[in-house]
Write a protein that binds this ligand. Structure first.
Ligand SMILES: [Zn+2]
Length: 187
């Protein structure tokens, strides 16, 4: 490779046919490429994507910094209290929306996953990331609506989003908030 990028990069080749670029949390760039990728071709792709890659790395750094700053300001007691508040809030909100729209669900579990805000299992057990407690009330409502909608649709296809829209009309704003505040999930 003649292109010498100003970032750490990892090239993984496999049977795939296309090139994909992703940025890891530590700022390393992972490039997935076909086995027989032409070095020049890869250089061209990386050169064309340079701005995008650098911007993504920068965003990732800011996100990590914000998260560790937030974490530093929380002690054991705060954490305990916040998790408790999260449990009570999420249980109440799930119960309310389920009653109102006649959904049924299994158990509710609190998670501290670093990758997702919530999930719904095949048995309709719901899992919520306690860190959602840092979000505005309406965003918490959105997350609950999202997961409860998964008790009906186990995918993110159109019918799923139609249902979410019905349950939580301003879901686009909430999703935007979660995207912009993604550092919270890294606490
Ligand atoms: Zn989902």
């Amino acid at each position: 490779m003649s292109f010498s990028p100003p970032y750490k990069c990892n090239i993984l080749t496999s049977k795939r046919k296309t090139v994909s670029i992703s940025i890891e949390k530590n700022g390393t760039v992972t490039i997935r490429a076909p086995y027989r990728i032409n070095g020049r071709h890869l250089d061209d792709i990386l050169a064309a994507k340079k701005e995008w890659i650098l911007r993504k790395i920068e965003n990732m750094k800011t996100r990590e910094e914000k998260a560790s700053k937030m974490a530093r300001n929380l002690n054991e007691n705060d954490l305990k209290e916040l998790k408790n508040k999260a449990r009570v809030t999420l249980e109440r909100k799930t119960f309310e929306i389920a009653q109102k729209y006649n959904f049924s669900y299994g158990k509710i579990r609190l998670s501290s996953a670093r990758r997702r805000w919530g999930s719904c299992s095949s048995k309709n057990n719901l899992s919520f990331n306690w860190k959602i407690i840092f979000a505005p009330d309406t965003v918490i409502d959105y997350l609950v609506a999202h997961e409860i909608a998964h008790t009906i649709h186990k995918n993110h296809q159109k019918s799923f989003w139609t249902l979410v829209e019905e349950l939580h009309p301003d879901h686009k704003k909430s999703r935007k908030w979660l995207k912009e505040n993604a550092h919270i999930i890294d606490i």
